[in-house]
Design a protein around this ligand. Structure first.
Ligand code: ADP
Ligand code: MG
Length: 413
């Protein structure tokens, strides 16, 4: 048994790799730069954690989820991996203690927020340690084509200059080629090993339904599935609150999640949803990254999402346990007009163009009678042939939406 397999078993307790993990780990161990696009739940963490244990020096993991960093470190510690983090949320004492352990060479895995990296003089400080590998998690945050662009992430561009000989491994669940190209260019990856996993989520059933009385449509679905946990996405904060009220009046336990709420309340609602205290969370797209709930049986979109990328990521939160789950999109042409209205307000022409293209693609997805799975995978440059057996089009259960002509008219407006 080789060293990698031994660690997989002895440290993580797994006897086999998930798809693509072995190839990724081998490329990293061979000292190559790497770009890996693997779906959520694909097991990306292990791909840098195993090399971290095998390399002499320190592995630095850049992650945007400050709120989750402590959990990630605790999880690593519980496996016996010497890990620590540095970010703006910790006390000065905690940071000092982490530095002390770093100087003593006691840490193998250091989680870092991008804004920490951007602090003046920080990379010089980091250079005092023997860094073996940089792992950039959620690397799509570098790209404006990603669904979660973070200007902070641009600070990562300096890694290659400051550490010209240290390999960089970028991980993301965003698979568009445009995002991939942005990441490779901005991180200045050199002849990277590129891994693009399949983004097909076989367990998800995709369905588009005509949007009429959307509140009652949402309530009907939830009411018919009283033992199941689900997410309802709404475009605006107002509609999010309205939906929660509506469901509440029908006795359905639902909580809101959007950026207009204070941080603590948001965290509390997420926690209660994770613990199955409530059946449903109604959210704007602010809800998402870092959800770690595997028994979500349905994701309902009450409004047309702004992009295929967002739609894929949001629906992808269902069925992480591999059991069949429903993705329901309520679609009416009024949503196209509404999103178009927002797009017209965007001042930056490049951003406006991107948004328009995203909407165009999304509206087409919802309006044409083509296998939903095929359309999603094509968006990610993956081909899919034949009957998927798991969408409204392939199962012949499409509900006619009067969108066909209207949608096209609106799009070209
Ligand atoms: P990602 O970051 O790609 O979304 P994670 O790294 O969080 O995925 O892993 C998802 C889940 O899969 C975790 O619970 C992890 O422990 C588990 N996992 C990772 N690798 C394996 C494996 N080889 N066998 C079984 N489970 C695994
Ligand atoms: Mg991850």
């Amino acid at each position: 048994m080789n060293e990698v397999r031994r660690i997989l078993k002895s440290v993580f307790g797994y006897s086999s790799f998930k798809a693509n993990q072995k190839e990724v780990i081998n490329a990293i161990l061979a000292g190559r730069d790497l770009f890996a696009a693997m779906p959520t739940g694909g097991g990306k963490s292990l791909c840098y954690q195993i090399p971290a244990l095998l390399f002499d020096g320190l592995t630095v993991v850049v992650s945007p989820l400050i709120a989750l960093m402590k959990d990630q470190v605790d999880a690593a510690l519980s496996l016996g991996i010497p890990a620590a983090f540095l970010n703006s949320s910790q006390s000065q004492e905690d940071a000092t203690e982490t530095y002390r352990r770093l100087y003593r060479g006691e840490i193998k895995l250091l989680y870092l927020s991008p804004e920490r990296l951007a602090v003046d003089g920080f990379t010089e400080r980091l250079a005092a340690f023997n860094v073996s590998l940089f792992a950039v998690d959620e690397a799509h945050c570098l790209s404006e084509w990603g669904h979660d662009f973070r200007p902070d992430y641009l600070a990562l561009a300096q890694l290659r200059t400051a550490f010209p000989t240290v390999p960089i491994a970028a991980f993301t669940a965003t698979a568009t080629v445009r995002v991939q190209e942005d990441i490779i260019r901005l991180l200045r990856l050199e002849d990277p090993f590129i891994l693009r996993a399949s983004f097909n989520r076989k367990e998800l059933f995709y369905q588009v339904l005509p949007k009429t009385e959307v509140l009652s449509q949402i309530a009907q679905y939830i009411g018919a599935h009283p033992d199941q946990s689900g997410i309802v996405y709404r475009l605006s904060r107002k509609d999010t609150d309205k939906t929660v009220d509506y469901l509440g009046k029908l006795g359905i336990r639902a909580l809101p999640y959007h950026a207009g709420m204070d941080k603590d309340e948001r965290a509390r609602n997420q926690e209660r949803f994770n613990n199955d205290d409530v059946q449903v969370i109604v959210a704007t797209t602010a809800f998402g990254m870092g959800i770690d709930k595997n028994n979500i049986r349905y994701v309902i979109h009450g409004d047309l999402p702004k992009s295929m990328e967002g739609y894929y990521q949001e629906t992808g939160r269902a069925g992480r346990d591999g059991l069949e789950s429903q993705c329901i999109l309520f679609f009416g042409t009024a949503d196209i007009a509404r999103l178009n209205y927002f797009i017209r307000q965007i001042e930056d022409p490049a951003e406006q163009r991107r948004s328009r293209e995203n909407l165009d693609r999304m509206a087409r997805f919802a309006s044409v009678n083509v296998c939903r799975r095929k359309q999603i995978l094509e968006y990610f440059n993956e081909t899919f042939e034949g009957n998927c057996g798991s969408c409204d089009v392939c199962t012949g259960t499409t509900n006619e939406i009067d969108a066909g002509t209207d949608a096209r008219k609106l799009l070209s407006a």
